[in-house]
Design a protein around this ligand. Structure first.
Ligand SMILES: Nc1nc2c(ncn2[C@@H]2O[C@H](COP(=O)(O)OP(=O)(O)OP(=O)(O)O)[C@@H](O)[C@H]2O)c(=O)[nH]1
Ligand SMILES: [Mg+2]
Length: 368
């Protein structure tokens, strides 16, 4: 089914195609706030996706993620690349930190339309933030940004979701992170492709880096057998990682990736070139190993499933007869004459009829 353009968006899409910054900002607002036509707007942009490299930058509060992101953005701008930045639920506002606050504005990059920055607040709904972030990322990608940097604070499930939406995930820690490293959500460690010990100008950075490598080796070492050494940026053998759930296994001749542990001092701008080189090397690995395709396909699969779940849920629970049936069954469930499961089954039997009758009645509504 071709995506019908929301009439009000015809001009917006023209302006967007002409790369007008105002159109970008408007498209993002529509998508982020799930305004009318948001799904169709995204659908119109779908064919333009896939150019931008998505880089997730996550880590504990105050680790210097924004500063690092700003430095990386500067690096990319110097290389002639455009950069879209999304800061998810920052504890300190993006503009308040070193980013774009002073330094970048000083260098008049703020007026540079090769950089776009958006801060996003946490959505109420579970999983909503990750979805909104991904959609805004799509808009930036469609607009043509070469690099998409997504900063998330914290080390919990929503960060994990955001990490999974990136091509490359960077976990930023600081020399003081010591104990908190032990409590990092296990999945976050496995989801990270690169580790950065920032604030390397502070004491303990080398030790932290060493411990990090050691821990990676422990966690991933046993998975490393028969995997050839990576020729890239990593200087140490820190063990191999498996992403069984995200990637297919490759023959031993396929390129492999050892997550490097880098050191940066974002404030001083040290280690940024090395980080950018490591990011390039990782993307190179993703392409050559076929992992980019499997990762992106996995993300698309998730979205299709999500769409089915949402659509089914809406169709079912928007049906008055079904809701009435549910209410009618409740007294029996209350009195113990019927189990909740039996009631569910009775409703499901009705859902089957409902779905076969309601086919194609929804083409005019918001279907992603
Ligand atoms: N010493 C030192 N301080 C740094 C470095 N990088 C950042 N900082 C400082 O650390 C503080 C936090 O930096 P941010 O970049 O805002 O950190 P963040 O991780 O984005 O913070 P949240 O988004 O609030 O979680 C600021 O005062 C920075 O100036 C560094 O390399 N060395
Ligand atoms: Mg920040």
């Amino acid at each position: 089914m071709p995506a019908a353009t929301f009439p009000a968006h015809a001009k917006l899409l023209d302006d967007f195609a002409a790369r007008r910054p105002a159109a970008l900002a408007r498209a993002i607002s529509i998508v982020e706030n799930r305004r009318d036509g948001a799904s169709r707007l995204l659908a119109s942009l779908h064919a333009m996706l896939g150019r931008g490299r998505r880089i997730g930058i996550t880590g504990p509060p105050g680790a210097g993620k924004s500063t690092l992101t700003a430095r990386l953005a500067e690096h990319y701008r110097r290389a002639g690349l455009t950069v879209g930045i999304i800061a998810v639920d920052p504890t300190s506002p993006f503009t308040g930190g070193a980013l774009l606050g002073d330094r970048i504005r000083m260098e008049s990059v703020a007026l540079d339309d090769g950089i776009f920055i958006r801060s996003m607040a946490t959505r109420g709904a579970l999983g909503g933030l990750a979805a909104a972030t991904r959609d805004v990322c799509d808009v930036l990608d469609a607009f043509g940004f070469d690099r998409l940097l997504v900063e998330t604070v914290g080390v919990g499930q929503s960060e994990l979701d955001v990490a999974h939406a990136a091509d490359t995930s960077v976990l930023v820690i600081v020399p003081e992170s010591g104990d908190s490293i032990q409590t990092l959500k296990a999945g976050l460690m496995e989801a990270a492709d690169l580790f950065v010990v920032n604030k390397a100008d502070r004491p303990g950075a080398d030790r932290m880096r060493h411990e990090m490598k050691l821990m990676l080796g422990l966690r991933m070492g046993q998975l490393s057998r028969n995997v050839p050494a990576h020729h890239g940026v990593d200087l140490a053998r820190v063990g191999r990682r498996a992403r069984a759930e995200r990637e297919t296994s490759h023959e031993t001749s396929a390129p492999s990736w050892t997550p490097p542990v880098l050191a940066t001092s974002a404030e001083r701008g040290e280690g940024i070139d090395e980080l950018a080189t490591a990011l390039d090397a990782h993307f190179d690995y993703l392409e050559k190993s076929g992992t980019l395709l499997t990762r992106r396909r996995g993300r698309l699969r998730d979205r299709v499933v999500e769409g089915v779940d949402r659509e089914l849920h809406d169709r079912i629970w928007n049906d008055r007869a079904l809701s009435a049936h549910l209410e009618a069954l409740l007294p029996d469930v209350e009195d113990g004459r019927m189990t909740p499961l039996a009631a569910s089954e009775e409703l499901i039997a009705q859902v089957a009829t409902l779905l076969s009758n309601s086919r194609s009645t929804n083409t005019e509504s918001e279907v992603a």
